[in-house]
Design a protein around this ligand. Structure first.
Ligand code: SIN
Ligand code: MN
Length: 200
C-alpha cells in the first residue's frame, strides 16, 4: 500500500479495513479488561486529558515521578501481550526485525488533546514508532525535530496508520483536537490511538 509522506512521516490512509478495525477494537477491549485505563499526571501533578494503558513487555507511564517505561501497570498487574492485529501491522509496516516492546493505548474523550512533544524515552531512535487510529478522527500536528516553527496537519481517521521513521522519528507531534461524529466504529464519541515503540 502506498503512503503519503508528511515531514518525513509515512501516512497509510485506510490501512485497516472495517473488519480489521472491529477486530482490533475487540482486542483492545481485552487489553483494557486486563489492564484498565488509568489517568496519567505530569511530574507537577497536572492531569493529561487522555487515559491510557499498554500492552507488550513494558508500558509507558507518567506520574509524579516523571515519564518512563515500566514492566507493570500502576495497579501492579503485568501488561497484556501485544494484540495480534497490532503485531501484524507492525510486521507489515515497520521494517524492523523484532516486535515492538510497548503498544501504548491512548483513549481520547471528545474534548481530549495531546500537546506537542517528542517520543524520546526509548533507547534506540533508529526504530520507528507506528501509530494506529480507531474511532473519531484526530487532528494530528507534526513539526520539526527542533522546538517551535510551523506544523503540518494530518487528519488521522479510523484505520489510518502513521509511521514516524527516519527524519520524522523525533519530530514534535501532538493531537490538537478530536472531530466527534466522524466515525461509526465505536459506540460513543472518542478516539483510540495505539503507538508501538521499541524501547530497548
Ligand atoms: C502519541 O503521540 O502518543 C499519540 C499520538 C496520537 O494520538 O495520534
Ligand atoms: Mn508521541
Amino acid at each position: 500500500m502506498s503512503a503519503i509522506a508528511v515531514r518525513g512521516a509515512l501516512w497509510f490512509r485506510g490501512f485497516l479495513d472495517r473488519a480489521a478495525q472491529e477486530r482490533l477494537v475487540d482486542e483492545i477491549r481485552a487489553v483494557v479488561a486486563a489492564a484498565p485505563l488509568f489517568a496519567p499526571v505530569t511530574r507537577r501533578g497536572q492531569p493529561l486529558s487522555v487515559r491510557m494503558t499498554s500492552a507488550g513487555r513494558c508500558g509507558w507511564v507518567s506520574d509524579r515521578k516523571g515519564y518512563r517505561y515500566e514492566p507493570r501497570h500502576p495497579d501492579g498487574m503485568p501488561w497484556p501481550p501485544l494484540p495480534p492485529t497490532v503485531a501484524a501491522a507492525w510486521e507489515a509496516l515497520s521494517g524492523w526485525p523484532a516486535p515492538p516492546d510497548c503498544c501504548l493505548v491512548n483513549w481520547y474523550d471528545p474534548g481530549a488533546r495531546m500537546g506537542l512533544h517528542q517520543d524520546r524515552d526509548e533507547a534506540d531512535f533508529s526504530a520507528p514508532v507506528l501509530s494506529l487510529s480507531l474511532g473519531d478522527t484526530g487532528v494530528f500536528r507534526i513539526g520539526a525535530e527542533a522546538r517551535g516553527g510551523r506544523t503540518d496537519r494530518i487528519d488521522l481517521a479510523s484505520g489510518d496508520a502513521l509511521l514516524l521513521t527516519g527524519p520524522s522519528r523525533l519530530a514534535h507531534h501532538g493531537i490538537a483536537r478530536i472531530l466527534p461524529g466522524t466515525s461509526t466504529l465505536l459506540p460513543a464519541p472518542g478516539r483510540i490511538n495505539l503507538t508501538c515503540r521499541v524501547v530497548g
